[in-house]
Design a protein around this ligand. Sequence first.
Ligand code: CP
Ligand code: NVA
Length: 315
Amino acid sequence: MRHFLQETDVALPELGGLFARARDFKRNRGQPGAAPLAGQTWAMIFSKASTRTRVSFEVAIRELGGNALFLNQHDIQLGRGESIEDTARVMSRFVHGLIVRTFDHRDVERLAAAGTVPVINGLTDFLHPCQIYSDALALAERWTSGPDLPAALRGRKIAFFGDTACNMANSWILGANHFGMKIALAGPAGFARGAEIQALLARSGHAGAYQFTTDPYEAARGADVVYTDVWVSMGKEAEGGARARTLAPYAVTAKLFAAAKPDALFMHCLPAHPGEEVAPEVLANPRSIIFDQAENRLHMQKAILALLADAARRP
Ligand code: CP
Ligand code: NVA
């Protein structure tokens, strides 16, 4: 069974087709067309809050002809201790696919291993691959009007600031390596990336190139993309005050943004905290593409859903 748990779950030769399909979904939205999820129900098991992921998946599934079933972890027996494996086996008897947002990344891997339907990672503490693919589409759309969207990403540099130990940073390390981009991360010394992402890069067949620096201006130099995320990810609320003090030098200010290339784009997965990890004027800059990123969640996730549904139908 095919899943989408991490950036490398779409093979390099498939990237062009996936991106083109997402762009077609975007261009043809509202037109009568194929319904690759016709007759299917996909369940969404969420253990954390969500605006973009929940709404974009629910709309995507419906527009592809399927039904979306939203389940808060606490509404189902999983929240009372039923095992992940039994949950996966039971859900596989009812639905055609699962989208999961949770804490421990191993939980989505266990669901995928025990069930018999496709599983999509809707964010874990470790990775957020749907966001990275939607972001990559937004970048490719800016950088090419040609047919080969992923080719437009190759050789470009992304600079990530702030909580360089969070899911978005991990996912961009993996995504940048997969897409052939360069990545520099700037954060406090204690936030340097560790063994877990290096092991995943090695398992995924990537050399694992990325730069980590404590100097934000060094990371910004030559960057095509300036990216940041919240300082306090879901589940880290108890560390809030200390994180704000430690991460303050890595806020994306207008000055830091200006240290990247003159045509650099600003990105943020949202939700943002203006005045914390990013200055309000950077969010509002004409080169900020935060709402294109958010919109592309819908179009890219349609392409991912269709890819997995097609694979699941094959004998
Ligand atoms: N960017 C993102 O995943 O947003 P939500 O938490 O609102 O789903
Ligand atoms: N790092 C953030 C991303 C939210 C989309 C979090 O995990 O809360």
